[in-house]
Design a protein around this ligand. Sequence first.
Ligand code: FDM
Length: 220
Amino acid sequence: QQARPVSRGAFIVVEGLDRAGKTTQVKRLCDSLYAQGHNVKMIRFPDRTTPVGKMIDGYLQSKAQLDDHSIHLLFSANRWEKAAWIKGQISQGYTIICDRYYYSGMVYSAAKQNPALSLGWARSPDVGLPRPDRMIFLDLDAKEAEARGGYGEEKYEKRSMQERVRELFLGLLLKGEEESTDMVVVDAGQSVEHVAHAIWKETSGVVQSVESGSRKQIGT
Ligand code: FDM
């Protein structure tokens, strides 16, 4: 189908615990939007291909040790590296579907329970990044996530960490700030089809209204 001229593209973020099905769902959402004639691009964080991303990759694979604050700032820098690109694509009419963003940044770092690294501190280096039009949190019990084939070998793939991450994600709903108003929770414990349908219900309208110009310019 031919893509239509649009006011700007939308910026949609998909978040969730490891094993919640993010990658599958991000791909399906892109395919569905594309099939309906939208210009769409996918992006993921961490982007392990950049120099900063390579440092993050080494850390996640336990090949490099880094202070909790340092690695946090690298994750943030990895987003800033792409900020101008995201804005540029959106203004050219591309809808961006993003696998993880600053919400993961905040909650994974805060879940480490380092008393010197609060959720508030963790949010600050990302202030000013393009603000999503919608954030979908794929919610899954940490026990169920583990039952889906077990966690991998990477740094944070442990039950206790994942449980704290989930609690912190759900806690964002209570913060009463933009993190809560942008966020919608989708139960990722259902079938792939059901989850895809639920995500579509929560995003297609947003994409339509952004593209037709009835929503504001991209915020920060
Ligand atoms: N992660 C991801 C963070 O700790 N901070 C961040 O800012 C981001 C984007 O990195 F455990 C964590 C979340 C996850 C790990 O993510 C790698 P993927 O989606 O498995 O590549």
